[in-house]
Each structure stands twice: as structure tokens, then as C-alpha cells.
Design a protein around this ligand. Structure first.
Ligand SMILES: NC(=O)c1ccc[n+]([C@@H]2O[C@H](COP(=O)([O-])OP(=O)(O)OC[C@H]3O[C@@H](n4cnc5c(N)ncnc54)[C@H](O)[C@@H]3O)[C@@H](O)[C@H]2O)c1
Length: 436
């Protein structure tokens, strides 16, 4: 897309419009929507991206597409090569909407601080999730609107920090949107909306799957420190990713939580392990989990997730209630339907299937303009806690209650991550691993 020259002119010295201080102020300063190519400096919404990988670059693209006043203003990553690739791709695609000069490209663990200091209004947090609690806390403390990718933490001390941060965002009136993208998908909204409205009666069981192949790895090279090796293979390192159940299958856990009306389970029991013996790149994570969640009314949720090559893949949910059964296919939403025990006509979503990732950003930037406050804090942290509960039950081999997980003190993220040596990674052994 081409843009007018005036749009490209630097506005470093222009007074930014202050978008938020309180929810009321959001409404009071709500901006008129500029038309394409006519965004003046005061219409602009400056976005910062921290974590310039696949998802972060995608989210920045969607932010730019969401609103003609959005400018990508600053970028941060621990690696120059990742930042450069992301910048080049976005610059080629969006030209002058990407206003990230050399002075606003930050590399290192402190990139988050520098992006937050660069004058952005909105921040996209898309690093590996081990860093999310800290990055979120800093972003909200700096008064920024936040789009944060899932999951929001890899351990409970981190997640409790996110819970506090989410409350602060609400209190100060800044936006907090999660990357739980299926919550923003039109077909899922229709189906889970019907379920939450009671179309299937009381929900008695949910079976959710996330079965797919393994994520990529990067071989160790002589220049890599332990930290580099872990960061370049972060999906396979528990402190960085939260394991496959928290990093990926948490989408299915989140839909289970949605089907249950965002009510937490009372306990979980799980099996898990690692069938394939591969190289050090595969870190310390499992390649499969099977979790049984139990609710206080006797309802049960069954989650199976797997990352193993050459097996059948699946991303579906079966939801059985007293009045019928629902089926949701996350990868083929037009197959989703509700069938009713009384024989009445089934429910099927017949509307469009707009890109859910784009919908997230359309809604975020519209909310910023309109002064409507979005805060995904409660349910997003509950879904992540359910993921961590399933993982810890799988690692330890013991049934863990909701109260136990909410009070878990196990901290797995280093206090002050730096490049250099790291303790060796240990693959958990059920029956030996101690939950705390
Ligand atoms: N919602 C979805 O469907 C979806 C899809 C994919 C990924 N994700 C999530 O998005 C996040 C990023 O995943 P990805 O696939 O883009 O990974 P990625 O590896 O492509 O990108 C992560 C980037 O973060 C950088 N990084 C690492 N530590 C950093 C730090 N401390 N400060 C700044 N930058 C840092 C890395 O160098 C890398 O460029 C994860 O939380 C992942 O779970 C969500």
C-alpha cells in the first residue's frame, strides 16, 4: 500500500495525543478515525513491537491494517537478525507506516524498557512467554495499551503477577487484549455463545485435542552460549515456553474454559511423557499430555495434546451437555455444530470467517478510538492457570487441586536472564518430580 508523503514525515517533535490515563479519559480523548493516507500526527497511534518473530511480525502487520492512524514506531528483540527480518518484511509491506528508524530499533534483554521509553501508545508483547509477566508489568506501569500473546506466564508466581497487572490495567483504563485468537473468531464466538446461553443445557463433559507435529529446532553453533541455545529453541524449554500444553494446547484449554462458562475446575490428574529421544534441541519438554479436569458439579474435561511427527493431527472440541452435543473444529470452523437431544434442528454457524488475528486488532484499535475498555485479564489468566495445572499434574504424576496450583510457589524463570551459562535442563519424571 502506498502512502502520501506527508504521512511519511517524521513527527518525533510533535506532541503526541495522550490516549489514556483513565477509562473516562479514553472516552474524552477518543480520536476521530482518519481516512487512509490522511492521518495527521495527532490521529496517530504509535505501536511498539517487542519480540519480532513470526507472531510478533504478524501482529504488527494486523495492527497496521486495523486502523489508518497506526504507525509502527519502535521495535525490540534480543537478536538483531530477528529484528532486521521483521523490519524488512513490514517495511516492504507497509512503507511509510513503518516509522522505525535506527534510533528506535533496540536489541538486548532491555529492549522492552527502551521500546516503552520511545513514546509508543500501544505495545505488542510477542516474546517467548517466560518473559511475559515482567514485560506486561512494565508495560502497564508505563500506561501503555497492551496486546499480549498467549500464554501470559510459564509458572504460577509469574501468572499471579499477571493477574495483578491485569487489575492495574483495568483500574487505570488501559487496554489489555490477549492473543487467545479463537475468542475473537466469529464461528467460535457464535458456537460458544450458544453454549454459554444454555443451548446444550448443563455441560457435563468436554473433550479437547491439540494434536500436531513438533515445532522446529536450531542446532547449536560454537558461538552460542547456553542462553542463546535455549532462546533459539525456546519452544522446547519449559521456563521459556511452559511446555507444549501451556505454549500451544492452551488454546484448547482456553476453549474448554470458555465452554465451562469460565469457571475453574477443582482439580486435575494427568499423564504425560516424551516418547521420542532426540537431541539437546528438544530441551526438557514432554511431547504428549492427557489431562482430566474435574469441576465441582461433577463435569469433566479431557484434554489430549501431542507434538509428534507422522501421526494424525486434530484440533477439535466435543462438548456434551444435558440437552445435546457440540462439535467445534478449530481448523475447519464451518464443520462446527450443535446437535440437540430433542431432535430439533441442529445449530450451525453460517456467517463469514474473517481472519481472527485481524479481528483482534480491529477490535483493539476501535476500542482505543471509541474509549471502550477491553480487559481479557480474568479469563486469560484462568486458562493459563489451567494449562500450568495440567502440566504440573503430568510432570508430578499426582492429582493437583485448583487451590494448590493457585498457591504454587514453584518459580522456573531466572530472576535476571543474561547471555551465558545456564543450569542443565532436566526432563521431569512422573513420580520423581516434586510439585510445589
Ligand atoms: N495466538 C497464536 O495463534 C500464536 C501463534 C504463534 C505464536 N504465538 C505466541 O506468540 C509468542 C511468540 O511466538 P513466535 O512463534 O512468534 O516465536 P518466535 O521465536 O518466532 O519469536 C519470538 C521472538 O522473541 C525474541 N525474544 C526472545 N526473548 C526476548 C526478550 N527477552 N526480549 C525481546 N525479544 C525476545 C526472539 O528473538 C524472537 O525473535 C509466543 O508466546 C507464542 O506462544 C501465538
Amino acid at each position: 500500500m502506498k502512502h502520501s508523503k506527508s504521512e511519511a514525515s517524521s513527527d518525533d517533535g510533535v506532541d503526541r495525543r495522550v490516549f489514556v490515563k483513565t477509562a473516562a479519559a479514553v472516552g474524552a480523548t477518543g480520536l476521530a478515525m482518519p481516512v487512509w493516507g490522511s492521518a495527521t500526527a495527532s490521529d496517530r497511534i504509535k505501536v511498539g513491537l517487542v519480540g519480532c518473530g513470526g507472531r510478533g511480525t504478524g501482529a504488527a502487520n494486523q495492527a497496521i491494517n486495523a486502523d489508518p492512524g497506526v504507525m509502527l514506531w519502535a521495535m525490540g528483540d534480543v537478536y538483531e537478525d530477528r529484528l532486521k527480518n521483521s523490519f524488512n518484511g513490514l517495511k516492504n509491506q507497509h512503507g511509510t507506516r513503518v516509522m522505525v528508524g535506527d534510533e528506535r530499533r533496540f536489541v538486548g534483554f532491555d529492549a522492552i524498557d527502551k521500546v516503552l521509553d520511545s513514546g509508543v501508545d500501544v505495545i505488542i508483547l510477542a516474546t517467548p512467554p517466560g518473559f511475559r509477566p515482567d514485560h506486561l508489568e512494565k508495560s502497564v506501569a508505563a500506561g501503555k495499551h497492551v496486546f499480549c500473546e498467549k500464554p501470559m506466564a510459564t509458572d504460577m508466581p509469574g501468572l499471579r503477577k499477571v493477574m495483578e497487572t491485569a487489575k492495574k490495567a483495568k483500574a487505570q483504563g488501559t487496554q489489555l487484549m490477549s492473543g487467545f485468537c479463537w475468542r475473537y473468531a466469529a464461528p467460535e464466538r457464535a458456537v460458544y455463545g450458544e453454549i454459554n446461553d444454555g443451548a446444550l443445557g448443563e455441560i457435563e463433559s468436554v473433550h479437547s485435542t491439540y494434536h500436531t507435529g513438533p515445532l522446529g529446532t536450531r542446532a547449536r553453533t560454537p558461538d552460542m552460549t547456553d542462553m542463546d541455545f535455549q532462546l533459539r529453541n525456546w519452544q522446547h524449554v519449559n521456563w521459556l515456553s511452559g511446555d507444549i500444553i501451556v505454549e500451544q494446547a492452551v488454546h484448547s484449554v482456553d476453549k474448554m474454559n470458555w465452554a465451562m462458562g469460565n469457571r475453574p475446575p477443582v482439580k486435575a490428574t494427568a499423564l504425560g511423557g516424551r516418547g521420542l529421544r532426540e537431541g539437546a534441541e528438544r530441551g526438557d519438554v514432554f511431547d504428549h499430555f492427557a489431562v482430566v479436569y474435574e469441576w465441582d458439579n461433577g463435569a469433566r474435561g479431557f484434554l489430549t495434546c501431542r507434538q509428534v511427527p507422522n501421526c494424525s493431527n486434530d484440533n477439535t472440541d466435543w462438548i456434551a451437555g444435558t440437552k445435546g452435543i457440540g462439535f467445534v473444529n478449530g481448523w475447519a470452523p464451518r464443520q462446527s455444530n450443535l446437535k440437540f437431544a430433542d431432535g430439533s434442528k441442529e445449530f450451525r454457524y453460517r456467517g463469514g470467517t474473517p481472519n481472527m488475528y485481524q479481528t483482534e486488532h480491529n477490535e483493539l484499535f476501535k476500542a482505543i478510538r471509541d474509549g471502550e475498555l477491553l480487559n481479557d485479564g480474568d479469563w486469560m489468566t484462568q486458562s493459563v492457570a489451567m494449562g500450568i495445572l495440567g502440566r504440573e499434574a503430568g510432570y508430578s504424576g499426582r492429582t493437583i487441586t485448583w487451590d494448590e496450583i493457585m498457591n504454587s510457589q514453584k518459580s522456573i524463570v531466572p530472576e535476571d536472564p543474561q547471555f551465558g551459562p545456564m543450569p542443565p535442563l532436566e526432563i521431569p519424571a512422573p513420580g520423581v518430580y516434586k510439585f510445589s
